[in-house]
Design a protein around this ligand. Structure first.
Ligand SMILES: C[S@@+](CC[C@H](N)C(=O)[O-])C[C@H]1O[C@@H](n2cnc3c(N)ncnc32)[C@H](O)[C@@H]1O
Length: 188
């Protein structure tokens, strides 16, 4: 794990959020699995099956080893009910990938953390009409109100409601992700 990054800050809040919306029998794809502690906690209350993916090898807990950006396109995402993005930063690029692959709606959990210096993805910024060039020119300005920009981005995916618990720069949440409509042109 990178120095300075905490895998499970607000662990109880994250677990409670999942216990609220996960249902018995749900199949979970956890694309930032870590050592799996979060879903292990949830499993004490809800009977779910979890498949984990992480770019780092942990000594406890099992996950498929790989970078989510490269691995998600090779996964049968529609065989899962829940996709979990418990990320360190802005999970928009990964949500984007999944949204392009699904034929049925998914329950989604996320962690969105805005870094001091912005760090919003181009997927997220594009939904606010901000280009790569604009971000390069004025990163702090472009990345202001990151969580609002993230929610605007989600609305371009057809997400109607986001439930979230917010602590300063850290946001933990849930929404339902619909499949893309034929001919849908996002971030326009
Ligand atoms: C906040 S932690 C997740 C903690 C996890 N929910 C648990 O129960 O332990 C974020 C994890 O994402 C992983 N990660 C970060 N970027 C990744 C990527 N591009 N692909 C796969 N895993 C990634 C990190 O190695 C770290 O384990």
């Amino acid at each position: 794990m990178n120095k300075g990054k905490t895998n499970n800050s607000h662990a109880q809040i994250k677990a409670l959020l999942r216990m609220e919306f996960a249902e018995h029998g749900d199949r979970v794809l956890d694309v930032f699995h870590g050592n799996g502690l979060l879903w292990d906690t949830v499993k004490n209350s809800v009977d779910v099956m979890v498949s984990g993916l992480d770019k780092e090898q942990y000594t406890i807990g099992f996950s498929l080893l790989g970078d989510s950006a490269k691995t998600i396109p090779n996964i049968e995402v529609d065989s899962f009910d829940i996709i979990d993005f418990d990320a360190y930063g802005d999970p928009s690029p990964y949500i984007d990938l999944v949204s392009r692959m699904i034929a049925t709606e998914k329950k989604v959990f996320f962690t969105f953390i805005q870094s001091m210096y912005g760090g919003l993805s181009i997927e997220c910024l594009a939904a606010s009409g901000i280009s790569q060039n604009m971000k390069k020119t004025a990163p702090a300005l472009c990345c202001r109100n990151g969580f609002n920009r993230f929610k605007r981005y989600l609305s371009t995916l057809g997400v109607l409601e986001v439930v979230s618990i917010n602590y300063h720069r850290k946001h933990y949440g849930f929404f339902t992700l619909p499949p893309m409509k034929v001919g849908q042109n996002r971030h326009a």
